[in-house]
Ligand binder design. Structure first.
Ligand SMILES: [Zn+2]
Length: 198
């Protein structure tokens, strides 16, 4: 007989809000102020009042932690190597959601170097090195995009807002566009309603 402690386990009876666990793995430790800005932007873009978002570093994650959904985020720095062969050389991959056997799995990657480069080389920024808060906000917007793929279980993109396929520096730092209502509803119904009903 064998038992598993599962991070995707059912919501405990005493717990009222569904919990989304976002577990961050940083290949290079990021400043705390950048993390805070990233997290604030993700939470702003997911205005689901019944959802509790719990942020953890990988080393803090324990198998006994109970969440309705867990997404692991790798903050990596692949730089120029991550440009895909199927796209023009001026199009860089800022983030990606992993797919296995055609199924979206809850592991996403952000390319901190490319996001940093794009924000820093924007004419919208006054200095070549972007301030850490706008950079954190840009990371949050890319992360929110990838969370959409995982939580809504879709590979599709929209024509506008956070769910569109390509972002420029304005989209990353200055835009106030978020998800459409239908996209937020899809996230909620796909990721959290089934676990509440269990
Ligand atoms: Zn996408």
């Amino acid at each position: 007989m064998i038992f598993a402690v599962c991070a995707w386990s059912r919501q405990p009876e005493t717990q009222k809000k569904p919990r989304l666990g976002i577990v961050c793995a940083e290949t290079v430790p990021q400043p705390g102020i950048l993390r805070t800005a990233m997290q604030a932007e993700v939470e702003r873009l997911l205005p689901l009042p019944s959802l509790e978002i719990c942020w953890l570093q990988m080393e803090e994650f324990r198998l006994g932690d109970v969440f309705n959904k867990v997404v692991v985020v790798k903050l990596g720095s692949q730089g120029k190597d991550c440009a895909t062969l199927t796209r023009p050389p001026n199009v860089k991959r800022l983030g990606a959601t992993n797919v296995a056997d055609g199924v979206i799995i809850p592991f996403v990657e952000l390319d901190v170097d490319w996001i940093h480069w794009l924000v820093g080389h924007s004419s919208l920024m006054s200095a070549p090195q972007p301030h850490v808060v706008p950079l954190g906000r840009a990371l949050g917007r890319v992360l929110a995009h990838e969370l959409y793929h995982v939580l809504a279980d879709t590979k599709a993109h929209s024509r506008q807002g956070i769910a569109k396929a390509e972002m420029d520096p304005h989209d990353l730092v200055w835009s106030t566009e978020g998800f459409r209502v239908a996209e937020l509803e899809r996230i909620w119904k796909t990721a959290f309603v089934p676990s509440i009903k269990d």
